[in-house]
Ligand binder design. Structure first.
Ligand code: NAI
Length: 330
């Protein structure tokens, strides 16, 4: 039986993979994959990693020295893999789509919570405080959603916004005009999106070009009191600039499922630790910021699909065809 070293394993991962797996000897490690933990994979021809694992040159060298040939990313994004260095050393496969609905629905959940202040009502009524002062929101109907990235998740989110009676404008370097026409949204430039949106939602991959696409300059171009929602990757937003704009009340609210320095924090219980990330500490304390722990994907359907596609990716590799449907190439 081929061995798979499975890093950053959580109980829900084990459950979904154990249910789907028949053919592999999966060694679950709770640790994230780093230069320190990579030797644990020695003797495993496949390694399975997730969004906050580090797959840099040092890790790739250690994995290869231990006999690893295949990296199975059990996620869609792969900004944490040094693909150039991996080329010719490891085959890197991923799960390009598992449930765009899971992420799109979580995005709208963040918007609804922030707008209608449900997080505050929940706390108030638990304390038998039934006052509604300070909880005024606005109708989403008729407002403009600005969607950055119109791939699978962006499209699912656009459908939700249109269902709410919102207008949708979108920016994507590879616009699909037929899609826009059929759904009823409009492609605009990034600057026009910043200027015209009441809510801006990020649904693009993190690349070298779009790191900090939300920064001090782009925030200046936005409507005053805009909402920003990020369920894509933390580094798309300059967190310091976001914090500054929230304090100045130029941004009215932020919903963040991802954070640029999330790697050592998200997915862990840090409640007994002294927090060292001042920006995150300040963001968490703001009444108009909701942070979730990179959980937008976390539905039963998505977990089953991730396990099924990851194991099918392993089957393709070990089947020896040499061609892989979900290969990430440089
Ligand atoms: P996709 O590949 O289907 O679509 C991405 C779209 O972004 C494409 O249309 C592409 O042309 C566009 N794009 C590329 N560069 C861009 C840029 N600089 N500005 C605007 N658009 C750009 O990807 P999918 O499945 O829709 O996922 C989007 C992102 O969502 C992933 O890359 C990942 O970072 C994030 N994600 C987050 C999850 C979570 O749990 N929070 C779970 C799954 C994905």
């Amino acid at each position: 039986m081929e061995k798979i070293a499975f890093f950053d394993a959580k109980p829900y991962d084990r459950e979904s993979f154990d249910k789907a797996n028949k053919d592999y000897d999966i060694h679950y490690f709770e640790d994230k994959l780093t230069a320190e933990t990579a030797p644990l994979a020695a003797g495993c021809r496949a390694v399975c990693a997730f969004v906050n694992d580090t797959i840099d040159s040092a890790v790739i060298d250690t994995l290869c020295a231990g006999g690893t040939k295949l990296l199975l990313m059990r996620c869609a994004g792969y900004n944490n893999v040094d693909l150039k260095y991996a080329a010719g050393k490891l085959v890197v496969l991923r799960v390009p789509a598992y449930s765009p609905y899971a992420v799109a629905e979580h995005t709208m959940a963040l918007i609804l919570l922030l707008n209608r202040k449900v997080h505050k009502s929940y706390i108030r009524t638990r304390d038998f405080n039934f006052s509604i002062n300070g909880l005024t929101g606005f109708d989403l109907h008729g407002k403009t959603a600005g969607v950055i990235g119109t791939g699978k998740i962006g499209q699912a989110f656009i459908d939700i916004c249109l269902g709410f009676g919102m207008k949708v404008i979108a920016f994507d370097p590879f616009p699909n005009e037929e899609l826009a026409k059929s759904k009823g949204f409009t492609y605009v430039s990034a600057d026009d999106l910043f200027a015209g949106s009441d809510i801006i939602s990020l649904h693009c991959p993190l690349t070298a070009e779009n790191k900090h696409i939300i920064n001090e300059e782009s925030i200046k171009k936005m409507k005053k009191r805009v909402f920003i929602v990020n369920t894509s990757r933390g580094q798309l937003i300059d967190s310091e600039a976001l914090l500054h704009a929230l304090r100045e009340k130029r941004i009215a609210a932020a919903g963040l499922d991802v954070y640029e320095e999330e790697t050592d924090i998200f997915y862990e219980d840090r409640s007994a630790d002294i927090a060292h990330d001042e920006t995150l500490s300040l963001l968490v304390c703001m009444p108009n910021v909701i942070i979730t722990s990179h959980q937008a994907f976390l539905t039963e359907e998505a977990l089953s699909a991730i396990a099924a596609v990851t194991l099918a990716n392993a089957d393709e590799f070990f089947g020896g065809k040499g061609e892989y449907s979900n290969e990430i190439k440089v």
